[in-house]
Design a protein around this ligand. Sequence first.
Ligand code: UGA
Ligand code: MN
Length: 297
Amino acid sequence: MFKKGEKMALAKSLKMFLTIFVATTCIYMVLYQYHLSREPITQPKYIKPPLYIITPTYRRAEQLAELTRLGYTLKHVVNLLWLVIEDANQTSPLVIHTLNRIGVPYEYFLAPMPDEYKNTKKAKPRGVSNRNRGLDYIRANATSGVFYFADDDNTYDISIFEQMRYTQKVSMWPVGLVTKFGVSTPIIRNGKITGFYDGWIGGRKFPVDMAGFAVSVKFLHERPNAKMPFKAGYEEDGFLKSLAPLNLTDIELLASNCTEILTWHTQTKKNANASPLNLTLHGDTNLVSLNTFLVRT
Ligand code: UGA
Ligand code: MN
């Protein structure tokens, strides 16, 4: 078919083609390696200020459900430490199991409500010993950032966490589903607080909801006596007053100057404790295992 001369010419050009192909590939590989080595390591320019979220909790039928819902909200927020503080005398393996499963960095402490308040017929100061325990932790362990009291049953838009992170002193914003007014908020006129809108003022200087303010860690450090009083209905006001000096003009307004609702004081329907499991009937089934997750007393 081909003459000898033609064959040789073909082999020669094939060899030349292969040489050029291999050489080009090698050059490209070297250049690519060089390009990769020059690529900056993706690193955040600066680390965001830490957030400390203080969550009181207590044993009841809804507890694990509430913690799960809140925990997965917090999972969307970076550089956050969740301080989960239970009103109980013993740690709960179920709470620990739930917190581990969610995977948000957390600390878990106990802070039982003192008996004198627990046994009263009057309204109880709920979550107060828990929150004061959270303040103790912050005083001992935190140097910068911001803390926030997040009850386990409320609803939080994650953007409020990014906004509160930069609080210099105290920040405030509206909370939905509070009293028959539907919202509890500072009233803003020309960019300034002129009062508070809340269905129950009760002679409070700061008639706001627990979910409606955050405080800078540095600001707390400068006020070593600040704490929450065991006074039902006056927990927020008492705590904010204990942060004196704190003027209305010091308060930073979030949620677009208090024009948006990003937190809600949702309340879960109270569920009855589960009725006892009949072990004779179900003792060899999955119900035995499920039984360990239910609240009975
Ligand atoms: C409202 C406010 O949002 C609370 O911040 C405030 O402490 C409370 O009123 C009050 O004035 O006593 P509310 O929804 O009525 O809260 O109360 P709960 O949600 O039942 O309790 C507030 C927090 O304390 C929750 O995180 C809850 O888990 C915890 N809590 C409640 C306890 O640790 N122990 C209790 O016996 C009851
Ligand atoms: Mn609540």
